[in-house]
Design a protein around this ligand. Structure first.
Ligand code: PMP
Length: 397
């Protein structure tokens, strides 16, 4: 008998499954608005010019493939600290570890919370990125949900969120926040909302775990850190999980970081030592190449300027696509109002399309959208906007 005969097939990843169906679809006019990667007007996910140039320099200058230390490259860690916190927190209170992507950082964070902070429960928004509950479950970290999406499905339920954190969370629990560009809704708190959220977090002594996967895709690099820094004005402990997959376009290179903010330098060092232990028994040490690319870009003024330009171009393209979609839907003359998309941030939005409409878009128009109605705005293109909007209008009427 085969021992693996007892193994049951796991359910497929719903979003990646859609991409398989998309790839197999022979329709030349097909559109993929499901998967969460940035695409340019031609539908490609390009390597940034700044990244290519940094890679050339690295190939020439690299002298060793020896291991990095468990917590990664020093310059890279400093870069992350500056980008995320600015001058808000003294460096000695922040332990930054280079990690394999935002996902790797989240898993290290989850393992840390589970093993070092007994009886901790983490509150996650409904909805949230599907991998959040999956990672916490894999780490055996208990989760509860707080309200986030309003009943209209286009705005934040701030009163519900605050009430859940104030009334239902226990003092000292953890709370997962999306630093900006909430996935999957695109709905972010305003600056004033952040102040109210920060106050509840402080009052209830909650530990914020901030997932920061889209810095620079919302309102700009510095502006997107406002929420996180507002929270940090009120509390002296937090964990931030950074991903450079989107803002440097480094998806497959697996570049991210976990940053732990402690109340003082001593506690910071103890926490760092535990984080390193978790890394050592997981993936041992982070991959070099992606982190080296980021560090090379940020160490050079002109490469930094080029990268910022490229990031800004991605951000403004997404905003322009949002505007164009709203206008084109309006111009169908059937009274379709998608103006809520203009208030949302980042690559994703909830379109409000029902599962049935989503299904019809796929079967009749080869337009692929996640069942929840989440669309990747960056997957749209200016040249095919009319086609897209005609199809959406046809399934809505
Ligand atoms: N958090 C959120 C909310 C995300 O959408 C993603 C990417 N889809 C990540 C974290 C992690 O991305 P990665 O592991 O590719 O860096």
């Amino acid at each position: 008998t085969h021992r693996f005969s007892v193994v049951q097939t796991a359910p497929p990843d719903s979003i990646l499954g859609l991409t398989e169906a998309f790839n197999a679809d022979p329709n030349p006019d097909k559109m993929n608005l499901s998967v969460g990667v940035y695409k340019d007007e031609s539908g490609k996910t390009p390597v940034l010019k700044s990244v290519k140039e940094a890679e050339k320099r690295l190939i020439d200058s690299e002298t060793s493939k020896g291991y990095l230390s468990i917590d990664g490259m020093v310059e890279y860690r400093e870069d992350v600290r500056r980008m995320v916190f600015g001058d808000a927190i003294a460096g000695e209170r922040v332990a930054v570890l280079q990690a394999p992507g935002g996902t790797g950082a989240l898993r290290v964070a989850a393992d840390f919370m589970r093993t070092q902070l007994p009886d901790l429960r983490i509150w996650i928004p409904t909805p949230t990125w599907a991998n959040h509950p999956a990672i916490f479950s894999a780490a055996e970290l208990p989760t509860s949900t707080y309200r986030y999406l309003g009943a209209d499905r286009t705005s934040l339920d701030l009163p519900g969120m605050l009430e859940d954190l104030r009334e239902n969370a226990a003092t000292g629990d953890a709370v997962l926040l999306h630093g900006c560009c909430h996935n999957p809704t695109g709905i972010d708190p305003s600056e004033d909302d952040w102040k109210q959220i920060a106050k509840v977090i402080a009052d209830k002594q909650l530990l914020p775990l901030i997932d920061f996967a889209y810095q620079g895709f919302g309102d700009g690099l510095e502006q997107d850190a406002v929420g996180l820094r507002t929270v940090l004005e009120q509390v002296d402990e937090a964990i931030v999980c950074t991903s450079f997959s989107k803002n440097f376009g480094l998806y497959s290179e697996r570049v991210g970081a976990i940053s732990l903010v402690a109340a003082d330098a001593g506690e910071c060092e103890a926490a760092r030592s535990q984080l390193k232990r978790i890394v050592r028994t997981n993936y041992s040490n982070p991959p070099r190449h992606g982190g080296a690319i980021v560090a090379t870009i940020l160490a050079d003024e002109s490469l930094t300027a080029l990268w910022k330009e490229e990031l800004e171009a991605m951000r403004t393209r997404i905003t322009a696509l949002r505007e164009s979609f709203v206008q084109t839907m309006e111009s169908t003359g059937k009274g379709y109002d998608f103006s809520f998309l203009l208030r949302q941030k980042g690559m994703f939005s909830f379109s409000g399309l029902t599962p049935m409409q989503v299904d019809e878009l796929k079967s009749r128009h080869s337009i692929y959208i996640v069942g929840s109605g989440r669309i990747n705005v960056a997957g749209m293109s200016e040249s095919r906007m009319q086609t897209l909007c005609d199809a959406v209008a046809s399934v809505m009427s």
